[in-house]
Design a protein around this ligand. Structure first.
Ligand SMILES: [Fe+2]
Ligand SMILES: [Fe+2]
Length: 210
């Protein structure tokens, strides 16, 4: 992800939109991967319906970002991009519970933490249309985190695991490192993902146990 900076310059805004387009393109693949991969459990029809809807929304997000890049004379592929999302997918290919923990509940939830501020900075820089686009993506992403939380809890229960504990264990094993506050608690809670899952994975909590 681009570092904190003002979006006053066109090149900074193109870099941001490009990075976001890259994330959305990966998100399309990740949604289809969770549908197509032969997981250990028999999954209900509603599981697949949810991720097909997510895949469609990620595709729309990519298209909207690509169109905005085109407004600036830029295209997806103009800039280099990281492969962090796909590495997370590969690492969790053997365990659906780990996939749900790391992809929707760590990575997409992180998007909820950082997107409102990005939109505000775009507005301040006078780029209203890009800010509106980010707000649109943000609203949909609350639904993606909600799908992650719903299916994580469902699967943890199916396996007879306590969901919050299972979450922390999977994140420690498959994501490594601590989660970075500040969290957008309001959006996370709106997605059915309360602080009891993620707060204990912060450095501050590790220090004080609170
Ligand atoms: Fe998206
Ligand atoms: Fe998403």
């Amino acid at each position: 992800m681009p570092k904190r900076r003002s979006f006053g310059s066109l090149s900074a805004r193109i870099a941001l939109l490009h990075a976001l387009a890259h994330i959305e393109l990966n998100a399309i693949d990740l949604a289809w991967d969770i549908i197509a991969r032969p997981w250990h459990e028999d999954l209900p029809r509603a599981f697949f319906d949810d991720w097909v809807k997510v895949a469609a929304e990620e595709a729309l997000h990519f298209e909207l970002l690509a169109a905005r890049l085109a407004n600036f004379g830029a295209h997806y592929g103009d800039l280099p991009a990281h492969d962090g999302l796909w590495r997370a997918a590969a690492a969790t290919a053997g365990d659906l519970l780990a996939r749900l923990a790391v992809v929707p509940l760590v990575l997409e939830a992180r998007g909820l933490d950082v997107t409102p501020e990005m939109a505000t900075r775009l507005e301040r820089a006078g780029d209203g249309p890009s800010a509106v686009l980010l707000h649109r993506i943000y609203r949909d992403e609350i639904g993606h985190v909600a799908a992650g939380a719903r299916w994580f809890d469902w699967l943890a229960n199916l396996r007879g695991l306590a969901p919050e504990e299972a979450f922390r264990e999977r994140v420690q094993q498959y994501f490594g490192g601590q989660l970075k506050p500040p969290f957008n608690r309001a959006a996370r809670s709106a997605a059915g993902f309360p602080p009891g899952y993620y707060e204990p994975l912060t450095a501050a909590f590790a220090k004080t146990g609170e």
